[in-house]
Design a protein around this ligand. Sequence first.
Ligand code: MLT
Ligand code: ZN
Length: 487
Amino acid sequence: MTEMPYTPTPEEQDALRRIRDRLGPKGWVDDPETLAPWLIDSRNVYEGRCLGMAKPATTQEVSDILAIAYEAGIQIVPQGGNTSRVGGATPDPSGRQLLINLGRMNAVRDIDAANYTMTVEAGCILKDLQDKAESADRLFPLSLGAEGSCQIGGNLASNAGGINVLRYGNARDLVLGLEAVLPDGRVWNGLRRLRKDNTGYDLKQLFLGSEGTLCIITAAVLKLFPLPKERAAALVALSDLDAAVTLLEQARTASADALMSFELMPGFALDWAERHVEGAKQPFDTTYDWTVLLEIGGTRADGSAGQALEGLLERAYEDGHIVDAVLPQSEEQRSQIWFLREAIVDAQVREGAQVKHDVSVPVSRVPDFIRQANAAVIEMMPGIRPYPFGHVGDGNIHYNLSQPVDMAAADFATHREALQRRVHDVALSLDGSISAEHGIGLSKREEMLRCKSDVELETMRALKNLFDPKGLMNPGKTIPAARAETK
Ligand code: MLT
Ligand code: ZN
């Protein structure tokens, strides 16, 4: 039986009409076909409905929408490029929530090259911002698989990570100032371009990573860096897993800490990428157990980054930490190796059902984590195929699991929660986190009850209540209900 769509109350209808009038036709979407892709998350796990999608073009419009919605008690789901891996930007199935998509707020308001900053609006596509910074001979280092479609507002709201965190930090480390609209429509203009501003509580850090539950981020002042003048990359095969940590230490030293990326990939993931993803080519003749893609950024275009890398790899080969290496000789070859790294994510999807993880542990404990997690999941389900890869340079492993070849995908899915709990337990026992860069959203919300203390959760709820006393901002995301209420 098809469920009837939700009929808004007269008060809600009046509020929606005022919002539509305020935004005009370009700022309102309610045709089901256009809405459909925005109602499903990037992993096709969650599907919701909504009252419509508001597309404001200015901070004032965001403020006006929120003020109207607040008065009428309408729940809000903020959305950027809809690339969340944890269902953080998907409305619930009730049909009573209003989507606010920031895509039209896509201006770069200012680039101050001498101050190494760029002031941007929330709806700017991440890749466009990287390009914009580069055109001013600067680097904006946030870089991740979805960069061609994700928006900076979402990146900041979810404190995104990616492949350069090792050297430049997470999204929250790349922000000097923020502009945000509070649930009742008040605008907080914190667009300061200062590296030193020690004036009380740092509100922006509270809003960064709050996943749309406290406010809507509308603009930010981003930190820029000197643009690397050369990049030297290599794909190496390790002698064993422990060599990843040794090589990482040596690479940081040999490059004078100019190491930008250090990505771990199991050798068979390269084979899967070649098999399933057009254009992906695994460069080794053999399937090694473990490979690492590392990249050094040089501040001079004089080949010194390449020399540092070659020296490092020669020593690592002599010391027995690596057994093979491919060094791209052109920009095209370098892109191919990075394409392979990206391709392993899609390749796994083609190998059947998967259970994804995004854990972190102290870098020195990554090998122990992988070994212990492998033993745990194989004990639970012989035949399961662990597929751990990721940003080992900052301790963040996507400890993904692929179904046993002879198991039905639906059967595998019934074990999802138990497997996730077991993997999270291993990470927590090694002083790790259950979410390194993807956030909490819907998919990890209940795990917060197991990994956060009462004090931490109560403080989060108190803050939520302070900013959003009516509970209208991205309800149900990130913060679990109190333990007694979850029975
Ligand atoms: C990656 O590092 O490739 C991504 O975070 C993995 C993913 O999108 O699931
Ligand atoms: Zn990642």
